[in-house]
Ligand binder design. Structure first.
Ligand SMILES: C[S@@+](CC[C@H](N)C(=O)[O-])C[C@H]1O[C@@H](n2cnc3c(N)ncnc32)[C@H](O)[C@@H]1O
Length: 411
Protein backbone atom coordinates (compact mmCIF):
# COMPACT_ATOMS: atom_id res chain seq x y z
CA UNK A 1 0.00 0.00 0.00
CA UNK A 2 1.32 3.40 -0.95
CA UNK A 3 0.42 6.81 0.42
CA UNK A 4 -1.24 8.73 -2.40
CA UNK A 5 -0.27 12.34 -1.73
CA UNK A 6 2.56 14.34 -0.22
CA UNK A 7 1.97 14.88 3.43
CA UNK A 8 2.87 17.49 6.01
CA UNK A 9 4.94 15.01 7.98
CA UNK A 10 8.48 15.16 9.28
CA UNK A 11 10.28 12.08 10.55
CA UNK A 12 13.37 11.52 12.67
CA UNK A 13 15.54 8.55 13.48
CA UNK A 14 17.18 8.18 16.87
CA UNK A 15 18.63 5.63 19.26
CA UNK A 16 15.95 3.11 20.34
CA UNK A 17 14.76 4.22 23.77
CA UNK A 18 15.56 7.88 23.14
CA UNK A 19 12.15 8.61 21.57
CA UNK A 20 10.61 10.17 24.73
CA UNK A 21 13.63 12.49 25.08
CA UNK A 22 13.39 13.44 21.40
CA UNK A 23 9.64 14.06 21.68
CA UNK A 24 10.21 16.34 24.67
CA UNK A 25 12.76 18.35 22.70
CA UNK A 26 10.41 18.68 19.75
CA UNK A 27 7.52 19.73 21.97
CA UNK A 28 9.67 22.77 22.81
CA UNK A 29 11.18 23.36 19.36
CA UNK A 30 7.99 22.84 17.34
CA UNK A 31 5.04 23.15 19.75
CA UNK A 32 2.49 23.04 16.90
CA UNK A 33 3.55 19.62 15.65
CA UNK A 34 1.53 16.58 16.65
CA UNK A 35 3.04 13.17 17.23
CA UNK A 36 2.18 10.74 14.43
CA UNK A 37 3.57 7.23 13.83
CA UNK A 38 6.42 6.12 16.04
CA UNK A 39 8.49 2.99 16.65
CA UNK A 40 11.66 2.44 18.66
CA UNK A 41 14.30 4.46 16.81
CA UNK A 42 11.78 6.25 14.53
CA UNK A 43 9.45 9.14 15.31
CA UNK A 44 7.21 11.12 12.96
CA UNK A 45 5.18 14.29 13.44
CA UNK A 46 2.35 16.00 11.61
CA UNK A 47 3.03 19.67 11.03
CA UNK A 48 0.30 22.28 11.32
CA UNK A 49 0.39 22.92 7.56
CA UNK A 50 2.88 21.64 5.02
CA UNK A 51 6.28 20.58 6.33
CA UNK A 52 8.72 23.51 6.46
CA UNK A 53 11.75 23.24 4.12
CA UNK A 54 14.02 23.50 7.15
CA UNK A 55 12.34 21.67 10.03
CA UNK A 56 13.38 22.57 13.59
CA UNK A 57 14.84 25.83 12.27
CA UNK A 58 18.02 24.22 11.02
CA UNK A 59 18.92 22.95 14.50
CA UNK A 60 19.24 19.20 14.85
CA UNK A 61 17.65 18.02 18.11
CA UNK A 62 20.18 16.47 20.51
CA UNK A 63 18.52 13.05 20.32
CA UNK A 64 17.88 13.02 16.55
CA UNK A 65 20.30 11.31 14.23
CA UNK A 66 18.43 12.46 11.14
CA UNK A 67 15.44 14.60 10.19
CA UNK A 68 13.53 14.22 6.95
CA UNK A 69 10.51 15.82 5.35
CA UNK A 70 8.18 13.01 4.45
CA UNK A 71 7.36 12.26 0.83
CA UNK A 72 5.41 9.07 1.40
CA UNK A 73 5.43 5.52 2.63
CA UNK A 74 5.89 2.29 0.69
CA UNK A 75 4.94 -1.15 1.88
CA UNK A 76 5.00 -3.73 -0.90
CA UNK A 77 5.80 -7.39 -0.95
CA UNK A 78 8.92 -7.50 -3.11
CA UNK A 79 12.13 -5.50 -3.15
CA UNK A 80 11.81 -4.75 -6.87
CA UNK A 81 8.19 -3.67 -6.62
CA UNK A 82 8.79 -1.44 -3.60
CA UNK A 83 11.80 0.13 -5.34
CA UNK A 84 9.72 0.86 -8.42
CA UNK A 85 6.86 2.30 -6.33
CA UNK A 86 9.21 4.68 -4.47
CA UNK A 87 9.97 6.58 -7.69
CA UNK A 88 6.26 6.74 -8.49
CA UNK A 89 5.34 8.39 -5.19
CA UNK A 90 3.47 11.53 -6.04
CA UNK A 91 5.23 13.47 -3.30
CA UNK A 92 8.65 12.38 -4.49
CA UNK A 93 7.90 13.18 -8.14
CA UNK A 94 6.59 16.62 -7.23
CA UNK A 95 9.66 17.27 -5.11
CA UNK A 96 12.10 16.05 -7.77
CA UNK A 97 10.45 18.46 -10.20
CA UNK A 98 11.57 21.38 -8.07
CA UNK A 99 14.81 20.11 -6.57
CA UNK A 100 17.35 17.88 -8.36
CA UNK A 101 18.50 14.86 -6.36
CA UNK A 102 22.00 15.23 -4.97
CA UNK A 103 22.11 12.08 -2.86
CA UNK A 104 20.27 8.88 -1.94
CA UNK A 105 20.45 7.67 1.66
CA UNK A 106 19.03 4.32 2.70
CA UNK A 107 19.29 2.96 6.23
CA UNK A 108 17.48 0.78 8.74
CA UNK A 109 16.11 2.05 12.01
CA UNK A 110 18.07 0.62 14.92
CA UNK A 111 16.29 -1.80 17.20
CA UNK A 112 19.21 -2.41 19.55
CA UNK A 113 21.35 -0.19 21.73
CA UNK A 114 24.90 0.44 20.53
CA UNK A 115 27.28 -1.96 22.21
CA UNK A 116 24.51 -4.52 22.88
CA UNK A 117 26.14 -7.82 22.03
CA UNK A 118 28.30 -6.99 19.03
CA UNK A 119 25.86 -4.45 17.64
CA UNK A 120 27.08 -1.03 16.49
CA UNK A 121 24.92 1.20 14.25
CA UNK A 122 25.92 1.06 10.59
CA UNK A 123 24.49 0.87 7.10
CA UNK A 124 23.32 -2.74 7.05
CA UNK A 125 23.65 -5.19 4.13
CA UNK A 126 19.85 -4.97 3.67
CA UNK A 127 20.03 -1.18 3.39
CA UNK A 128 22.83 -1.53 0.81
CA UNK A 129 20.73 -4.01 -1.16
CA UNK A 130 17.69 -1.72 -1.10
CA UNK A 131 19.83 1.21 -2.24
CA UNK A 132 21.16 -0.74 -5.20
CA UNK A 133 17.64 -1.84 -6.08
CA UNK A 134 16.38 1.77 -5.85
CA UNK A 135 19.15 3.00 -8.14
CA UNK A 136 18.33 0.26 -10.68
CA UNK A 137 14.61 1.13 -10.50
CA UNK A 138 15.37 4.84 -10.93
CA UNK A 139 17.24 4.15 -14.16
CA UNK A 140 14.15 2.42 -15.53
CA UNK A 141 11.73 5.17 -14.47
CA UNK A 142 10.84 8.02 -16.80
CA UNK A 143 11.56 11.49 -15.53
CA UNK A 144 14.03 10.45 -12.82
CA UNK A 145 17.47 11.90 -13.36
CA UNK A 146 20.06 10.19 -11.21
CA UNK A 147 23.39 12.00 -11.20
CA UNK A 148 26.47 9.75 -11.50
CA UNK A 149 27.62 10.82 -8.03
CA UNK A 150 24.76 8.86 -6.48
CA UNK A 151 26.87 5.71 -6.67
CA UNK A 152 28.50 7.03 -3.54
CA UNK A 153 26.17 7.37 -0.58
CA UNK A 154 28.05 10.40 0.82
CA UNK A 155 26.11 13.47 -0.23
CA UNK A 156 27.92 16.65 -1.25
CA UNK A 157 27.61 19.53 1.22
CA UNK A 158 24.29 21.33 0.68
CA UNK A 159 22.82 18.65 -1.61
CA UNK A 160 19.15 17.67 -1.46
CA UNK A 161 19.07 14.02 -0.43
CA UNK A 162 16.32 11.42 -0.87
CA UNK A 163 15.96 9.42 2.34
CA UNK A 164 14.56 5.91 2.57
CA UNK A 165 14.28 4.60 6.12
CA UNK A 166 13.55 0.90 6.49
CA UNK A 167 11.29 0.94 9.53
CA UNK A 168 10.74 -2.75 8.80
CA UNK A 169 12.30 -4.72 5.93
CA UNK A 170 9.15 -4.17 3.83
CA UNK A 171 7.95 -0.88 5.32
CA UNK A 172 9.84 2.11 4.00
CA UNK A 173 9.46 5.79 4.87
CA UNK A 174 10.57 8.06 2.05
CA UNK A 175 11.58 11.66 2.64
CA UNK A 176 14.22 14.22 1.88
CA UNK A 177 16.64 16.52 3.68
CA UNK A 178 19.33 18.99 2.75
CA UNK A 179 22.86 17.94 3.74
CA UNK A 180 23.65 21.10 5.64
CA UNK A 181 25.80 19.75 8.43
CA UNK A 182 28.66 17.23 8.36
CA UNK A 183 26.55 14.37 9.71
CA UNK A 184 23.70 15.01 7.29
CA UNK A 185 25.98 14.03 4.42
CA UNK A 186 26.04 10.42 5.64
CA UNK A 187 23.14 7.91 5.51
CA UNK A 188 21.36 7.79 8.86
CA UNK A 189 23.68 10.53 10.17
CA UNK A 190 26.23 7.74 10.58
CA UNK A 191 29.70 9.19 10.30
CA UNK A 192 31.81 6.13 9.57
CA UNK A 193 34.26 5.41 12.34
CA UNK A 194 36.34 2.34 12.97
CA UNK A 195 38.38 0.86 15.77
CA UNK A 196 41.49 -1.28 15.36
CA UNK A 197 41.52 -4.97 16.28
CA UNK A 198 43.38 -4.19 19.51
CA UNK A 199 40.96 -1.47 20.65
CA UNK A 200 40.77 -1.66 24.42
CA UNK A 201 37.09 -0.73 24.72
CA UNK A 202 34.26 0.61 22.59
CA UNK A 203 35.02 4.05 24.02
CA UNK A 204 37.54 4.09 21.15
CA UNK A 205 34.61 4.41 18.73
CA UNK A 206 32.94 7.09 20.86
CA UNK A 207 36.09 9.21 20.86
CA UNK A 208 36.67 8.74 17.13
CA UNK A 209 33.12 9.77 16.39
CA UNK A 210 33.39 12.73 18.78
CA UNK A 211 36.58 13.94 17.09
CA UNK A 212 35.08 13.63 13.64
CA UNK A 213 31.84 15.33 14.60
CA UNK A 214 33.44 18.22 16.49
CA UNK A 215 36.34 18.77 14.05
CA UNK A 216 38.21 20.45 16.90
CA UNK A 217 41.19 22.50 15.71
CA UNK A 218 43.53 20.19 17.66
CA UNK A 219 46.93 19.37 16.24
CA UNK A 220 49.26 16.43 16.49
CA UNK A 221 51.31 16.76 19.67
CA UNK A 222 48.63 18.76 21.55
CA UNK A 223 48.18 17.73 25.16
CA UNK A 224 44.86 16.16 26.21
CA UNK A 225 43.60 14.99 29.59
CA UNK A 226 40.80 12.51 30.15
CA UNK A 227 38.94 12.22 33.46
CA UNK A 228 37.79 8.61 33.79
CA UNK A 229 40.21 7.01 31.35
CA UNK A 230 40.18 3.32 32.37
CA UNK A 231 40.38 0.83 30.78
CA UNK A 232 41.59 3.17 28.02
CA UNK A 233 39.72 3.01 24.69
CA UNK A 234 39.23 6.75 24.27
CA UNK A 235 42.81 7.66 25.27
CA UNK A 236 44.00 4.98 22.85
CA UNK A 237 42.05 6.74 20.05
CA UNK A 238 43.69 10.03 21.04
CA UNK A 239 47.27 8.69 21.06
CA UNK A 240 46.55 6.93 17.75
CA UNK A 241 45.84 10.39 16.33
CA UNK A 242 49.19 11.68 17.53
CA UNK A 243 48.07 13.53 20.66
CA UNK A 244 49.82 13.39 24.03
CA UNK A 245 47.41 12.26 26.73
CA UNK A 246 47.19 12.30 30.52
CA UNK A 247 44.59 9.82 31.76
CA UNK A 248 43.15 10.24 35.25
CA UNK A 249 41.46 7.28 36.86
CA UNK A 250 41.99 5.21 40.02
CA UNK A 251 41.31 2.07 37.95
CA UNK A 252 43.86 0.19 35.87
CA UNK A 253 44.63 1.09 32.25
CA UNK A 254 45.20 -1.76 29.80
CA UNK A 255 47.83 -2.46 27.19
CA UNK A 256 48.71 -1.32 24.57
CA UNK A 257 47.88 2.09 26.07
CA UNK A 258 49.47 1.67 29.51
CA UNK A 259 53.02 1.71 28.15
CA UNK A 260 52.46 4.02 25.21
CA UNK A 261 55.14 6.75 25.19
CA UNK A 262 52.55 9.49 24.55
CA UNK A 263 50.39 8.41 27.49
CA UNK A 264 50.70 9.16 31.19
CA UNK A 265 48.40 7.62 33.79
CA UNK A 266 47.61 9.49 37.00
CA UNK A 267 46.11 6.74 39.05
CA UNK A 268 43.85 8.78 41.27
CA UNK A 269 40.51 10.56 41.35
CA UNK A 270 40.33 13.84 39.48
CA UNK A 271 39.89 15.85 42.69
CA UNK A 272 43.23 14.46 43.95
CA UNK A 273 45.26 15.76 41.00
CA UNK A 274 47.57 18.72 41.48
CA UNK A 275 46.28 21.15 38.87
CA UNK A 276 49.75 22.45 38.12
CA UNK A 277 50.33 19.00 36.54
CA UNK A 278 47.73 19.98 33.93
CA UNK A 279 49.29 23.32 32.96
CA UNK A 280 50.12 22.14 29.44
CA UNK A 281 46.75 20.55 28.79
CA UNK A 282 44.78 22.18 25.94
CA UNK A 283 41.90 19.71 25.47
CA UNK A 284 39.87 18.07 28.21
CA UNK A 285 37.79 14.92 27.80
CA UNK A 286 35.67 13.33 30.51
CA UNK A 287 33.92 9.98 30.59
CA UNK A 288 33.15 9.49 34.27
CA UNK A 289 30.76 6.85 35.54
CA UNK A 290 28.79 9.55 37.34
CA UNK A 291 25.89 11.97 36.93
CA UNK A 292 26.24 15.02 34.62
CA UNK A 293 26.33 17.21 37.73
CA UNK A 294 29.32 15.28 39.13
CA UNK A 295 31.14 15.37 35.77
CA UNK A 296 30.55 19.09 35.34
CA UNK A 297 31.72 19.78 38.92
CA UNK A 298 34.93 17.85 38.25
CA UNK A 299 35.52 19.66 34.95
CA UNK A 300 34.73 23.08 36.38
CA UNK A 301 37.35 22.66 39.07
CA UNK A 302 39.99 22.20 36.39
CA UNK A 303 38.94 24.70 33.71
CA UNK A 304 38.37 27.57 36.14
CA UNK A 305 41.69 27.13 37.89
CA UNK A 306 44.27 29.80 36.99
CA UNK A 307 46.96 27.13 36.50
CA UNK A 308 45.15 25.64 33.48
CA UNK A 309 44.47 26.89 29.98
CA UNK A 310 41.96 24.61 28.25
CA UNK A 311 40.77 25.36 24.71
CA UNK A 312 38.11 22.73 24.23
CA UNK A 313 36.00 20.16 26.06
CA UNK A 314 34.78 16.73 24.96
CA UNK A 315 32.47 15.50 27.71
CA UNK A 316 30.36 12.39 27.94
CA UNK A 317 27.37 13.05 30.19
CA UNK A 318 25.82 9.84 31.50
CA UNK A 319 22.05 9.78 31.65
CA UNK A 320 21.71 7.75 34.80
CA UNK A 321 18.00 8.62 34.48
CA UNK A 322 16.00 9.97 31.50
CA UNK A 323 14.96 12.85 33.76
CA UNK A 324 18.49 14.19 33.21
CA UNK A 325 17.69 14.59 29.51
CA UNK A 326 14.87 17.14 29.61
CA UNK A 327 15.26 20.27 27.45
CA UNK A 328 15.51 22.34 30.65
CA UNK A 329 18.35 20.21 32.05
CA UNK A 330 20.21 20.22 28.74
CA UNK A 331 19.96 23.97 28.62
CA UNK A 332 21.35 24.11 32.15
CA UNK A 333 24.38 22.01 31.10
CA UNK A 334 25.02 24.31 28.15
CA UNK A 335 24.63 27.49 30.17
CA UNK A 336 26.89 26.19 32.90
CA UNK A 337 29.69 25.40 30.45
CA UNK A 338 29.19 28.77 28.76
CA UNK A 339 29.60 30.49 32.13
CA UNK A 340 33.18 29.10 32.23
CA UNK A 341 34.01 31.04 29.06
CA UNK A 342 33.23 28.34 26.46
CA UNK A 343 30.82 30.14 24.18
CA UNK A 344 30.46 27.52 21.45
CA UNK A 345 28.70 24.56 23.09
CA UNK A 346 27.08 21.69 21.21
CA UNK A 347 25.20 18.67 22.53
CA UNK A 348 24.47 15.48 20.64
CA UNK A 349 23.70 11.88 21.33
CA UNK A 350 26.42 10.31 19.26
CA UNK A 351 25.83 7.13 17.34
CA UNK A 352 28.13 5.19 19.66
CA UNK A 353 26.83 6.78 22.85
CA UNK A 354 24.76 4.45 24.95
CA UNK A 355 22.48 6.07 27.54
CA UNK A 356 24.54 9.25 27.48
CA UNK A 357 25.04 12.43 25.50
CA UNK A 358 28.16 14.18 24.28
CA UNK A 359 28.97 17.83 24.96
CA UNK A 360 31.56 19.62 22.83
CA UNK A 361 32.73 23.09 23.75
CA UNK A 362 35.16 25.63 22.33
CA UNK A 363 36.07 29.05 23.65
CA UNK A 364 34.50 30.63 20.57
CA UNK A 365 32.91 29.67 17.27
CA UNK A 366 35.87 31.35 15.55
CA UNK A 367 37.99 28.34 16.60
CA UNK A 368 35.94 26.18 14.22
CA UNK A 369 36.65 28.57 11.35
CA UNK A 370 40.35 28.27 12.19
CA UNK A 371 40.32 24.58 11.27
CA UNK A 372 38.62 25.24 7.96
CA UNK A 373 41.05 28.08 7.15
CA UNK A 374 44.07 25.91 7.93
CA UNK A 375 42.70 23.11 5.77
CA UNK A 376 42.11 25.53 2.92
CA UNK A 377 45.65 26.92 3.24
CA UNK A 378 47.09 23.41 3.08
CA UNK A 379 45.04 22.64 -0.02
CA UNK A 380 45.96 25.95 -1.68
CA UNK A 381 49.70 25.63 -1.05
CA UNK A 382 49.89 22.07 -2.40
CA UNK A 383 47.43 22.40 -5.25
CA UNK A 384 44.07 20.65 -5.13
CA UNK A 385 45.15 17.44 -6.84
CA UNK A 386 48.12 16.80 -4.62
CA UNK A 387 46.11 17.72 -1.55
CA UNK A 388 43.38 15.25 -2.48
CA UNK A 389 45.78 12.37 -3.00
CA UNK A 390 47.94 13.06 0.10
CA UNK A 391 45.89 14.08 3.13
CA UNK A 392 47.83 16.43 5.42
CA UNK A 393 49.70 14.66 8.17
CA UNK A 394 50.62 17.48 10.52
CA UNK A 395 47.13 18.92 10.68
CA UNK A 396 44.60 16.27 11.61
CA UNK A 397 41.68 15.66 9.31
CA UNK A 398 38.60 14.64 11.20
CA UNK A 399 36.21 14.45 8.30
CA UNK A 400 38.14 12.19 5.95
CA UNK A 401 36.72 8.71 5.36
CA UNK A 402 38.55 6.22 7.56
CA UNK A 403 39.15 2.71 6.34
CA UNK A 404 36.58 0.41 7.92
CA UNK A 405 37.88 -2.59 9.80
CA UNK A 406 35.89 -5.71 10.50
CA UNK A 407 33.72 -5.86 13.57
CA UNK A 408 35.32 -7.37 16.60
CA UNK A 409 34.32 -8.16 20.09
CA UNK A 410 35.22 -5.47 22.59
CA UNK A 411 36.45 -6.55 25.94
C1 LIG B 1 32.95 4.57 31.53
S1 LIG B 1 34.45 4.35 32.35
C2 LIG B 1 35.55 5.20 31.34
C3 LIG B 1 35.88 4.52 30.05
C4 LIG B 1 37.12 5.08 29.43
N1 LIG B 1 36.94 6.44 28.98
C5 LIG B 1 37.65 4.25 28.29
O1 LIG B 1 37.95 4.81 27.27
O2 LIG B 1 37.80 3.04 28.43
C6 LIG B 1 34.27 5.39 33.73
C7 LIG B 1 35.50 5.52 34.58
O3 LIG B 1 35.33 6.66 35.42
C8 LIG B 1 36.18 6.41 36.53
N2 LIG B 1 35.87 7.42 37.58
C9 LIG B 1 34.72 7.57 38.28
N3 LIG B 1 34.84 8.65 39.10
C10 LIG B 1 36.07 9.16 38.89
C11 LIG B 1 36.78 10.29 39.42
N4 LIG B 1 36.24 11.09 40.33
N5 LIG B 1 38.03 10.54 38.97
C12 LIG B 1 38.59 9.74 38.01
N6 LIG B 1 37.96 8.67 37.49
C13 LIG B 1 36.73 8.39 37.92
C14 LIG B 1 35.89 4.98 36.88
O4 LIG B 1 36.95 4.43 37.65
C15 LIG B 1 35.78 4.35 35.50
O5 LIG B 1 36.99 3.72 35.13
Amino acid sequence: MTSPTPSPFVFFTCQPGAEPALKRELAVMEPEWRLAFSRPGFVSFKCAESAPPNPTGGRMPVFARTRSISLGRVSDSSLEESSRVVWQLEGLRAWIGSSPIGGLHVWQRDTQLPGEGDFEPSVTPLAEEVRKSLLAAARETDGIKIPGGLDSSIAPQGAAVVDVVLVAPNEWYVGWHRAESRIERWPGGMLPVAAPEDAISRAYLKMEEALRWTAFPAERGDQWVELGCAPGGSCQALVDRGFRVIGIDPAEVEEPLARHPQFQHLRKRSAEVQLTELAKVRWLAADLSATPQYTLDAVEEIVRHPATSIRGLALTLKLTSWELATPEKMQQYVKRVQSWGFHDVRLRQLLHNRREIFLAALRSRGQRRMTRRRKRQKTDSRGPQEAASHPPTDNLRFDAPIEQVSRHHFR
